[in-house]
Ligand binder design. Structure first.
Ligand SMILES: Nc1ncnc2c1ncn2[C@@H]1O[C@H](COP(=O)(O)OP(=O)(O)OP(=O)(O)O)[C@@H](O)[C@H]1O
Length: 323
């Protein structure tokens, strides 16, 4: 008897090793997550693992509720159980794309918590390549160029090693009706232009395999950044300037970033981190560093300390005495 189509087999092989516990497939109805859902539905019973699915209705396009219902029907037909439909309210912060993503990830994460499951996402090697290129072009630093992790609970991305063409081919071979999100071809989106204009041009210049090379870059960088993050987490006192000063800058800034994020200061731009770092190394008596959330950091008696919002934000920073 002939085996499954090669693309179907490739997607199944990608999910098999990771099926070690309950999983919910996050499915938009697009080719990537539909191929993923089909592979999980096939492999999970063989692995003795419960597998369901979630589809999120962002409520942004006319007919979105019907589309979510159609996707849910397909997922049930594949044998996934339970199949959840989550309707979310999309805010406006950061633009419509970012707001939809935030609402979606919040809903998926909540579903993961309720069901004690990991959430499988359909990101492919091409998505990873686009993420790396975007990070490079925007100068967003190693954390961004390191791309998406294959497994970081509750998220699981088993298809990061596969080209997008495989998921499309798998859906075709299985006769699954794919929903093509019009956003995925709208040149108003930076990611779409990267996909349709920049990556093909790079392939022309550098030869094929650019997406794979970019994804490999992400893997290498992720190893480095994870190692540095672990070293940073092991630093006992992130406020002791004498202990921090001799550390390499890459490590020191990670320690500071971690300390500030854990204190709930909100996301920080490089400029804030550099200013806080300058309180530690080469300090010349400068005063408070204001942070985006309204709080601030000062240095006093050789230690860093967090402060709340200024009473009068227009007042100049108070001068700290020279050491
Ligand atoms: N509406 C949604 N409901 C549930 N999961 C979603 C939804 N939209 C995206 N996802 C999940 O997030 C992953 C990445 O989404 P994104 O829109 O960035 O990628 P995509 O390449 O268009 O994926 P797909 O082909 O599966 O739509 C999807 O593969 C899927 O797992």
């Amino acid at each position: 008897m002939a085996g499954p189509d090669p693309a179907v087999a490739a997607v199944r092989s990608a999910v098999r090793p990771g099926l070690t516990g309950p999983v919910l497939v996050a499915c938009s109805g697009g080719a990537d997550s539909l191929a993923l859902a089909a592979a999980v539905a096939f492999e999970a019973p063989r692995a003795g693992v419960p597998a369901g699915a979630v589809t999120v209705d962002h409520g942004l396009q006319p007919g979105s509720a019907e589309r979510a219902a159609t996707t849910a029907g397909l997922l049930r037909d594949l044998g996934l159980d339970p199949v959840l439909v989550r309707r979310v309210r999309v805010g406006t912060a950061g633009g419509p794309e970012a707001a939809a993503r935030e609402a979606r990830y919040a809903a998926l994460s909540a579903a993961a918590g309720e069901h004690g499951a990991r959430v499988a996402l359909g990101h492919t090697r091409d998505d990873q390549a686009e993420t790396v290129l975007l990070g490079l072009g925007r100068g967003s630093g190693p954390r961004s160029i390191a791309g998406m992790a294959g497994s970081r609970p509750p998220w699981w991305r088993p298809l990061l090693g596969l080209p997008r063409a495989s998921t499309r081919a798998a859906c075709t071979a299985l006769g699954l009706p794919v929903w093509d999100d019009p956003h995925n071809t709208d040149p108003a989106f930076t990611r779409v232009r990267l996909r349709t204009e920049v990556l093909p041009l790079l392939e022309d210049v550098l030869g094929g395999g650019v997406a794979a090379a970019l994804a490999r870059t992400a893997d290498l960088l992720r190893e480095d950044t994870e190692a540095l993050d672990e070293l940073a987490a092991a630093v006992a006192d992130p406020t002791d300037c004498a202990a921090l000063a001799p550390l390499p800058a890459a490590l020191r800034r990670r320690v500071l970033r971690r300390w500030l994020l854990e204190a709930g200061t909100g996301d920080l731009a490089a400029v804030h981190l550099h200013a806080v770092d300058a309180l530690v190394v080469g300090w010349r008596g400068q005063g408070r560093v204001d942070l985006p959330g309204g709080g601030g950091v000062v240095r006093a008696s050789g230690r860093l300390a967090l402060q709340g919002p200024r009473a009068d934000p227009s007042a100049p920073p108070s001068e700290e005495p020279h050491p």
